[in-house]
Design a protein around this ligand. Structure first.
Ligand SMILES: *Cc1c(COP(=O)(O)O)cnc(C)c1O
Length: 343
């Protein structure tokens, strides 16, 4: 009973099914902390949804994905000759974004299944469009399964998708599948209309797994509580308490992804301004926590510990009991829960 995620399974799965049914060719992205839900759970869901391919972030995530999912596993990080954990398997689809690497993989693993990636304005990975001819020349016996682009979340990403689609069709690259990210449903439709010869496959994580936040609720548990007096020193840093109140020890610390800064959505300027007006605790070096107790976002008594946070609650507020759950705002892509409960 600690820092837990409760999933309304019926509601969440309803959202997943709706998204998959409305998104032709969807490839679910299952990487990192599994968007807070865990990669194994998401891989099992991808199987339940009948999807043929999943995308993982790194090679270290491949073995688990191969074990948890029976279809193909695409790796978003481009293969590099110096990766010691690269998994060569018939179900693995590698990404290549440097001409030298294409030649190196062709030599190391002829027949391997690959995607070529184009460099977008993201400027993270990928081939420059002037390198496509050299890329094709280096392919050897590699099996090209498609072309991929990773688009920024804002700006003119649709124009960029259009121009890459055009570049792909004009090139010698024998790929008719284009993997994209961060396009709206309307943009996907428009791209298909403009490029009917291409199969457009969106790679989606956040808006699939976290598309219905109402199906997810995070609970932190009060695991201890102490009355404190103004001026009393507490914690690793022996900081004096600003007023009389209660010191709550709540499950959820740095190991769960609780940082000193509450997620931006809950520590907006207005909220912060209000809190400041209430007691000037920020000026006194306190930080607003992501925990909401008795209707208000509360202050850390000191920086979060590994497994728990110490929260100051003024005497004017109603303190929860030990064992009670409290609300906490999390950033799902950095959260790790003690348990994920499908109910
Ligand atoms: C993470 C990632 C995605 C999915 O991003 P979301 O914002 O979670 O949908 C798609 N493509 C690539 C290359 C990625 O790294």
């Amino acid at each position: 009973m600690g820092f837990e995620l409760d999933v309304d399974a019926t509601r969440w799965r309803h959202g997943l099914t709706a998204k998959v049914e409305s998104t032709t060719g969807l490839v679910p992205v299952i990487k990192g902390n599994g968007y807070g839900l865990g990669r194994d759970l998401l891989a099992a869901e991808a199987g339940r949804l009948g999807l043929d391919t999943i995308a993982v972030g790194t090679y270290s995530e491949v073995p688990g994905a191969l074990a948890a999912f029976t279809g193909d596993v695409m790796v978003l990080t481009p293969w590099r000759p110096f990766f010691s954990d690269a998994v060569l398997d018939d179900r693995v689809i590698h990404t290549l974004g440097r001409v030298d690497d294409i030649a190196a993989l062709a030599a190391a693993a002829p027949g391997a299944r690959i995607l070529l990636e184009g460099e977008t304005s993201m400027a993270r990975h990928g081939l420059d469009r002037h390198e496509l001819a050299a890329a094709v020349a280096a392919l050897g016996d590699l099996t090209v399964e498609g072309f991929a682009i990773h688009l920024p979340m804002q700006g003119s990403n649709f124009a960029e998708a259009q121009s890459w689609a055009a570049a792909l069709e004009a090139s010698q690259v024998e790929a008719t599948t284009l993997y994209v990210s961060h396009l709206t449903p309307a943009e996907l439709t428009a791209l298909r209309t403009h490029r009917p010869q291409l199969e457009i496959r969106p790679r989606i994580g956040t808006s699939l797994w976290l598309g219905d936040l109402g199906a997810l609720s995070v609970r932190a548990t009060v695991i201890d509580s102490h009355l404190v007096a103004r001026g009393e020193h507490i914690g690793y840093r022996q900081k004096p308490m600003p007023r009389d109140g209660t010191l709550l020890v709540i499950s959820g610390g740095t190991s769960h992804g609780i940082g000193l800064e509450a997620p931006k959505a809950t520590s907006g300027v207005v909220q912060r301004g209000k809190s400041l007006a209430k007691g000037g605790l920020e000026a006194a070096g306190f930080s607003l926590s992501p925990f909401t107790i008795d209707g208000k976002q509360r202050w850390f008594a000191e920086p979060p510990h590994m497994q728990a946070s110490m929260i100051f609650l003024p005497a004017s507020a109603t303190a929860p009991e030990v064992g009670d759950s409290v609300d906490v705002a999390v950033r799902f892509t950095t959260a790790t829960f003690d348990a994920v409960n499908l109910r």
